[in-house]
Write a protein that binds this ligand. Structure first.
Ligand SMILES: Cc1ncc(COP(=O)(O)O)c(C=O)c1O
Length: 407
């Protein structure tokens, strides 16, 4: 659909239409597929060599080589650009690739210093400390939910790039992205936000002042547990840069995965709304369960970041993830609880149509020493639940029967 038509429409509408049914001005009257097909061609030809010359020289729009661009990926990129309100996007082979490319794009002409939130996805921490730092990039960490600390660290470290996640894992903390964006901009740095947990239905980082927003498309965007993918969306400066960089670095998502991701996104708003509603009810039910000692959920009025959450997430959707602690549970109690779950799938992902449960101590936070984990508030009894779209009663029934065994 034409960009101008879709531009002012709501995100639910954009999710269904953006990127599809592109008209080819060179082939008026030709049929137009209602949804974008999978283009597997590695290269593209034209009627004239002169046209190929113009496309290769980027004087004219078109496709010449799949590492540079591909119509299936381009459709997904246009869709994500619309959903996140960006200038352009790049579909990548995984969320980690998207983060890597985003960091390189942010640092390209800035000080090679990254200031990152400390509570970020484990593999992102590894990318920073085990790959980028040994390559000579300075890396610093901060508590991104403490604005005074953010201000001080920006002044002390003078970063080229600030990296945060919209909602932290697994304790679901939310930093003041809009204020962090102001501080980052004033320091001449670029703000890169991992928006995987929130999705553009809850938060649109570029509208809050971020320069780059990244997703693991493996999660809510594709939503069916059958794709590994990522996407990075940028403002004008960074969108152009990631497009140019991608021609050489080739982080390219395969066209089949691009197709599946786009297919998933058409229903993402419906799915995420339902998942948020299920999560909200599960969180309040868990709150009064005798076998549960603590529940972390964004709708909680006593959440430590409640004021920021109200400001950044104004539409009453508080995410699909609920983190909770099994009362007095040691590792073997949690493993037994997981074994008793019959419906909820115990796997290391989130955002799928099926409910998922993850045990941070043996997965995402496995490599962190137990004492350090405790200090971070990630106790041995803590599990992360991500609501699917199943009937609420069935989800609650399953968790209830599994908790009942914990006596
Ligand atoms: C917040 C977050 N960012 C990035 C990633 C990495 O995504 P992928 O596994 O698609 O590379 C994950 C994966 O779980 C994640 O949870």
């Amino acid at each position: 659909m034409e960009k101008e038509v879709i531009q002012g429409m709501k995100i639910e509408t954009q999710a269904v239409h953006a990127g599809d049914r592109k008209r080819d001005p060179n082939a008026p009257g030709a049929f137009i597929p209602v949804t974008t097909p999978i283009y597997t061609a590695a290269s593209f030809v034209y009627q004239s060599a002169a046209k190929l010359d113009r496309v290769l020289g980027r004087e004219e729009e078109g496709y010449c080589y799949a590492r540079y661009d591909n119509p299936t990926n381009a459709a997904l990129e246009e869709l994500m650009t619309a959903l996140e309100g960006g200038h352009g996007a790049l579909a990548c082979s995984s969320g980690m690739t998207a983060i890597h490319i985003g960091l390189l794009a942010a640092l390209m002409d800035r000080r090679k210093v990254i200031l990152s939130a400390s509570a970020i996805y484990g593999a992102t921490t590894s990318l920073l400390t085990k790959i980028l730092e040994p390559l000579g990039i300075e890396v610093h960490f901060m508590d991104s939910c403490n604005l005074d600390e953010v201000r001080q660290k920006i002044a002390d470290t003078r970063p080229g790039c600030v990296l945060i996640e919209t909602i932290s894992n697994p304790l679901l903390r939310v930093g003041a992205m809009d204020r962090i964006a102001e501080l980052t901009r004033a320091a001449g740095a670029a703000l890169l936000v991992d928006n995987t947990f929130a999705t553009p239905l809850l938060v649109r980082p570029l509208e809050l002042g971020a320069n780059l927003s990244v997703h693991s498309a493996t999660k809510f965007l594709s939503g069916h547990g059958d794709v590994l993918g990522g996407v990075i969306i940028g403002d004008q400066e960074h969108a152009e840069r990631i497009r140019t960089m991608s021609r050489t670095l080739a982080p390219t998502l395969g066209p089949f995965e691009a197709y599946l991701t786009m297919r998933g996104i058409k229903t993402f708003a419906l799915r995420v709304e339902r998942q948020c509603a299920n999560a909200c009810r599960v969180a309040s039910w868990l709150g009064s369960h005798p076998r549960v000692s603590r529940v972390h959920y964004l709708a909680d009025p006593n959440h430590p970041d409640a004021a920021v959450i109200r400001r950044l997430l104004p539409n009453g959707l508080y995410g699909a993830i609920v983190t909770f602690e099994l009362k007095d549970a040691r590792k073997e109690d949690v493993l037994a609880f997981m074994d008793r779950l019959k419906l909820v799938v115990c796997a290391t992902s989130l955002g799928d149509v099926h409910s998922l449960l993850l045990y941070p101590a043996i997965s995402s936070h496995r490599d962190i020493a137990p004492k350090q984990r405790e200090r971070m508030g990630i106790h041995d009894g803590l599990v992360r639940f991500c609501a699917g779209i199943e009937a609420l009663d069935d989800i609650i029934g399953d968790i209830d029967q599994a908790l009942s065994g914990n006596r």
